[in-house]
Every structure is written in structure tokens, then in C-alpha cells.
Design a protein around this ligand. Structure first.
Ligand code: HEC
Length: 193
């Protein structure tokens, strides 16, 4: 819509509005590229903590690390960037990670795209939108379920893992996943005004 307007105006007025439209598109692409970079670093930090904990103390010990470290790492990236950086899911474990309406909609569209054949690892979505009356850039990238995730998110959990999860997450919905399923998504909000 915006671009069509830009091109129409450009035809009337010369090149300037076209340049403006392309600046807007460039800005969107730049914000998406920066979001991708932050997601990559965030994911690497989480994976590092998880793998270390699994190797040192097995999944029951690693649950404590996920519980304490995952929110702390998200908070560190949020502080560093000035954005909201986190994880969400349609079937979440921690209610603090429940999706808002926009995130739910995007997660549902990811499910539909995966059913249509797109691999979970390639699913992303971004746009400029309005939240609570303010313009924001929002970015989401799907998180595929890998083999290592099944110890705590799979269909068959070791009894001591299930017990530890029951204790900390009585409403846990993040079990029963298979390799290749969409476990959830990284989610970023960049304020624009
Ligand atoms: C040792 C157990 C364990 C393993 C292994 C594990 N997780 Fe989790 N996962 C958790 C716990 C505990 C939470 C809740 C963290 C919190 O309280 O914020 C969680 C939360 C999440 C969330 C945030 C949404 C939600 O459900 O609250 C995502 C996304 C996620 N895990 C993805 C993964 C992926 C992908 C893997 C494999 C690479 C993985 N997890 C492996 C225990 C685990």
C-alpha cells in the first residue's frame, strides 16, 4: 500500500518519494537483520547454558538452569539492546512466556506454514505495528524442536524429570513435542517513537 503510493507520487513528482519509500523498506530490513543477529546470540547463549548444565548434572539439574538462567539471559539482551527480547509459545511452560494476541496470531501462521511444507527453522515474520497506542517494530523467529529438547519437552519424560517439572510448573503445556515441531519462537519488540 505504502509502496504503491510512493510509486504513484514518484510518477507525479519525480524521484524523491520513491527514495523515501525505499528508505522505509531499508529501515525495515535493517531492523530485521539486527533482530536476526540478536536472536542468534540469544539462542547461542541459551544453548551454551543448557548443554553445560545437561553435561554436568543431567536434565533435572538443567531444569533449574533453564528456570533461572533463561529469564536472566533474556533480561540481559533486553537491557543491552533497549528492546524487549524473549521467547514465547502456543504451548508454554512458564506462563510468563504466554503470547500476546499479535504473537499468538504469528505462531498460528507459523503452524500453518509448517503444515504447508516450510521447515520450522526457516520461519520468521516481522512488521511495523501499533501496540498500546505506540508504533513498534516486531520480529519473531520460530524455534524448532531438536533431539536434545525431548528430555524436557518430549512425549516420554524420565519420571524424575516429570516430577521436577510438575513441582515448578503445575500448568505445564510444553510436553509432547516431536523433533521438527515448532517448540515456540523468539520474539523481539523494538520501540519506534
Ligand atoms: C533440562 C530441561 C530442558 C531442556 C533439555 C530444554 N528445555 Fe526448554 N524449557 C525448560 C524449562 C524449565 C523452561 C521454562 C523456563 C522458564 O521458566 O522461563 C523451558 C522453556 C522453554 C521455552 C520458552 C517457552 C515456554 O515454554 O515457557 C522454549 C521456547 C524452550 N524451552 C525451547 C527449548 C528448546 C528448543 C530446547 C532444545 C534445544 C529446550 N527447550 C530444551 C526445560 C528444558
Amino acid at each position: 500500500m505504502k509502496r504503491a503510493l510512493g510509486v504513484g507520487l514518484a510518477a507525479l513528482l519525480g524521484a524523491a518519494p520513491l527514495a523515501m519509500a525505499s528508505t522505509e523498506a531499508d529501515d525495515l530490513e535493517r531492523r530485521a537483520a539486527e533482530s536476526r543477529e540478536v536472536v542468534r546470540a540469544f539462542m547461542q547463549a541459551l544453548k551454551g547454558e543448557l548443554m553445560r548444565a545437561m553435561q554436568e548434572g543431567g536434565p533435572v539439574r538443567a531444569i533449574a538452569v533453564c528456570r533461572e538462567r533463561a529469564p536472566a539471559v533474556a533480561a540481559r539482551f533486553s537491557r543491552k539492546t533497549g528492546w524487549e527480547v524473549g521467547r514465547t509459545s502456543l504451548r508454554y511452560r512458564n506462563p510468563a512466556n504466554a503470547p500476546d494476541a499479535w504473537e499468538r496470531h504469528v505462531l498460528e501462521s507459523f503452524e500453518a506454514r509448517r503444515r504447508a511444507g516450510e521447515p520450522a527453522a526457516r520461519l520468521e515474520h516481522y512488521e511495523v505495528t501499533v501496540r498500546d497506542g505506540r508504533r513498534v517494530f516486531r520480529y519473531m523467529k520460530a524455534i524448532p524442536t531438536g533431539g536434545v529438547c525431548l528430555a524436557c519437552h518430549g512425549e516420554r519424560l524420565a519420571p524424575e524429570v516429570a516430577r521436577a517439572l510438575d513441582r515448578h510448573y503445575p500448568g505445564d503445556r510444553a510436553r509432547g513435542f516431536r523433533v521438527g515441531d515448532i517448540r515456540g519462537a523468539f520474539t523481539i519488540v523494538q520501540p519506534l517513537d
